[in-house]
Design a protein around this ligand. Structure first.
Ligand SMILES: [Zn+2]
Length: 171
């Protein structure tokens, strides 16, 4: 680490300590050349990938928005908010673990379906049957909202379209 005062590349670490959570390391350094002291901080650089939609537009990962979409699929189903939040956290953790700068909205849709499958079969089929035709979590939210505001018309069917049946249960 170069000295910020004189630019000399030779600095010594005189003290190293972690913060209480163990996620930041603080180092006291001394410049060998001008003897000035300074501190550096080292932390893990984990960033959520950007979401790339099919039309190529990018957006930031939004925990609340994703939870909202899943909540729509889980409407009136016996699943607690805690269980839903835990599922969103797992999706977020998986996206982080991918270590990519960008991830497609389709990939997120797949992760959502995997979680819903564990949480509630009806919600899973609701999501899958609508989502598969849209492949975008935002579009899905709009359509589900539409479907649920007009339940009498029978568009809120829990049966997936016949052609996607194989995919839905294929794994
Ligand atoms: Zn210096």
């Amino acid at each position: 680490m170069k000295c910020p005062f004189c630019g000399d590349p030779n600095t010594q670490v005189t003290d190293t300590r972690e913060n209480d959570d163990g996620d930041v390391v603080r180092r006291r350094r001394r410049c060998v050349s001008c003897d000035k002291r300074f501190t550096t901080y080292e932390r893990i650089d984990l960033k959520m990938p950007h979401i790339v939609k099919r039309n190529g537009s990018r957006s930031d990962f939004d925990h609340a928005k994703l939870a909202g979409s899943m909540k729509l699929a889980l409407r009136k189903r016996p699943v607690t908010t805690e269980a839903l939040e835990a599922a969103v956290d797992r999706i977020q953790a998986r996206l982080l673990a991918m270590g990519e700068n960008e991830v497609s909205s389709e990939k997120i849709g797949e992760l959502v379906m995997k979680e819903l499958k564990q949480l509630d079969k009806v919600a899973y089929i609701r999501f899958a049957s609508v989502y598969r035709n849209f492949a975008d979590v935002d579009e899905f939210s709009e359509v589900i909202r539409e479907v649920q505001s007009r339940p009498k018309k029978g568009r809120a069917s829990t049966k997936p379209p016949a052609d996607s049946e194989h995919d839905l249960f294929g794994d």
